[in-house]
Design a protein around this ligand. Sequence first.
Ligand SMILES: [Zn+2]
Length: 269
Amino acid sequence: MEAWRRQLSDPVSAFPIAKAGPAHIATLKTFDPPLAALEGRQLRGAERRGKRLLFPTEDGELVLLVHLMTSGRLKFLQAGETGPKQPAFALAFAGGSKLVLTENAKRKRAGVWLLTPEQAEQEVEHLGPEALGLDAAALGEIVRGDSRRLHSLLRDQRAIAGIGRAWANEILHSAKLSPYALSRDLSDEEVERLATAINDELSRGLALREAGASDDRTYRVHKRLGKPCHVCGTPLAQVDFEEHTIFYCPDCQTGGRVLKDRRLSRLLR
Ligand SMILES: [Zn+2]
């Protein structure tokens, strides 16, 4: 998300908005103020809170909030550049450039909200501190505040903002911690390792994204079932947990143990 923000901030603020929309009915989550209220206004740039991108208007009256979820993508098109035929959302700028959101998935989950600054503040106020830049002391307070399985805690935006399931996999592998480890059981040294892993992995991801790297080149653990661990060569494993699939190295992270399926649906049966 931080890579998107850096890429988009300048181009979206260069020209006033000529036309806001069209928007897919499942993508646009608000109707008041109407999208047309954006027309004629200029954006101030792009900001980020956790996984949300915020585009405030120059006049301070409106904020366009975008959450890409898993499969939404944003693209900035220069004047004359052709884009997708039916974007889920589009903003056209004076001069002909465009910002388009596409989502290549059956179920549309990405969302666009047009809000007042007060509403936008409410949307983001429940978010925890930003993951990137979190130090061991702050992380220590978070992990000791609650006894949670690490994979679940890392993904909880109210605890720490900005880590999704893919980066939770990468971070826990880098920290050599089990995804199922309970947060309160971590030693001080393990908290240090986790804080370092969060910053190292998110910085690595940011640099690769800025260089335009594909998922394949970015992830070393996520979605790499059976591939050799880049540290020890053991085939990577996967396990279903809550509504997610976790990827991990049984040698580096769980002392050789294979993790058991803990899907909610199985536990409820
Ligand atoms: Zn390994």
